[in-house]
Design a protein around this ligand. Sequence first.
Ligand SMILES: [Cu+2]
Length: 146
Amino acid sequence: MKKTLTLAIAAALVAAACGTAADDLPTDLGSDGIRVVGVTLSEFYFSPAVVEVEQGETVRFVVTNDGVAEHEFELSNDAAIEEHLEGGHDEHDEGMDDMDMTEKLTLAPGETGELTVTFDGGYGWVVCLIPGHYEAGMMMEVVYQK
Ligand SMILES: [Cu+2]
């Protein structure tokens, strides 16, 4: 009887904690008021695996490669990932690479980099497109808050 009550209280606490977490954005603001989000890259994942942003929000990512291989932190979307998986990311679009359209970091093991990104709805994912890495799970979903 007593054990059941304890479990019920524990469940209620978990539910309350989840409700709060979903509503609150992290409030780790830099001196210029831009929200800072720390991300760790390793074999083969992004941590966290999801980032919540507001439409039009600017976020400064501080990204550390905690792994043993080189990794990328590249803002992307479904169409660009599909193109990559189809092998379209080679000499054919060298012209696009010259234009440097993508917002991207390439980090050696142990290296930390910063990338400031404004989310206007065009990005749905952050990925590592080094061959085999995305396929192994190196992706972070961008979720837009309503
Ligand atoms: Cu990688």
